[in-house]
Design a protein around this ligand. Sequence first.
Ligand code: GDP
Ligand code: IMO
Ligand code: MG
Length: 422
Amino acid sequence: MTVTAVIGSQWGDEGKGKVVDYFAERMDYVARFNGGNNAGHTVINEFGTFKIHLVPSGIFAKNTVGLIGGGVVIDPAVLIEEIEMLNKAGIGVDGRLWISPRSHLIMPYHKILDGLYEEAKGAGATGTTRRGIGPVFADKVSYNGIRWTDFAREDILTARLKMQIELKNKIIIALGGSALKFDEVFTTYRSYYEKVKPYIRELFSLVQDGLKENKNFLLEQAMGTFLDTDWGTYPFVTASTTIPSAASAGLGIPPRYITNVVGVTKAYTTRVGAGPLPTEIKDYNSDAYKKFGEVAATTGRVRRVGWLDLELVRTAVQLSAVTELCLTKLDVLSGLDEIQVCTKYELDGDTIRYADVDAYDLDKVETVYQTLKGWKEDISKAKSFDALPVNAQIYVKMIEEAAGVPVKWIGVGPERDATIRR
Ligand code: GDP
Ligand code: IMO
Ligand code: MG
């Protein structure tokens, strides 16, 4: 039995989707355990190019069963669209995709409130994906949530949804929004339930039996380590625990069953939304800025970019007991004369760790850089570590030395096969 968690060691978008798709062939189960459709995971394989928000990225492996745990929050319209899209593409998810009845639903008022809160905060806004994530998790922990299991009892669902809409309309109206109508929401969600019902199944025995039968599990994190509610740059974080321990509550995998934690690390740093990014590159005319530029998979926003931050990676490795790293997007660095890497932070002349400061002080830390020589060669076709230019090899070795764990896989392109295994 193996239970491998794949986690991003930065602020999300490290390439987790690609890595999960790469590992999936050898897995019996691949599961999402946190977040919701704020995630956007890109998979490029023999079936095409996919941007996936809820279904585990390992679903392309025909013999792998996909699980969406109770820790995930679900916008049913997004889920239904995704299932239909995958079935249309010939992936065939029916009978091998199971969704926990414990998972909470993103309701129309969650999305409205997400937007209204962001607008009310103005310059202090988080820059959320506006998918309703903060409000749905707030409802979950304040006993106001609606779960799939509630749809089995229409009288209770009716009473609870009526109450929620009444409550939420008061806030929505106070903030200048338009009130929702119970009948419309109820009818729409009732029809969503009919479509999703065949996929809903309690995961407890499935997971427990799998563990007992020595099956292989792959746990796909959404977001990244530093968007975690507790360990991220609060309040510029997301509303769920993102570190592997979340798989325990979110899926029912006991923590001591996790055997491996793969830390997915982008060869540089990106961030979408507000919050500190100590190594941020603000020279929009620089070669690095032009190379690192990306468009977010969920919202289409332009990602902020920065140099690789080893203090972040080091912290993520410690926090999640990362056993090995997968370095993604090394190919993007090709062509740079010099590459900067942040080796540590200083504040008022003292070396400080990430965990010693809050988000506002993190914005003030001085980043200490090491300059490495770049390489000119296109490495996107490289098949082995030895085939990489010497300076690229030095870059990889420097990362594993700083992190204290080996870099076992290297991404040299967005496609599944563009992966070097060491
Ligand atoms: P995720 O949210 O962690 O799954 O990452 P995203 O899919 O949001 O963003 C990662 C982006 O990098 C996507 O466009 C991927 O196709 C791309 N990508 C992943 N790994 C590599 C790699 O090794 N090289 C290159 N060039 N692109 C990659
Ligand atoms: P994946 O799984 C990058 C960011 C948002 C915002 C903050 C809070 O693709 O790596 P939310 O909508 O969650 O309330 O927004 O979190 N964020 C992500 N950034 N990748 C993601 O997911 C993200 N999910 C949320 O941009 O700053
Ligand atoms: Mg993403």
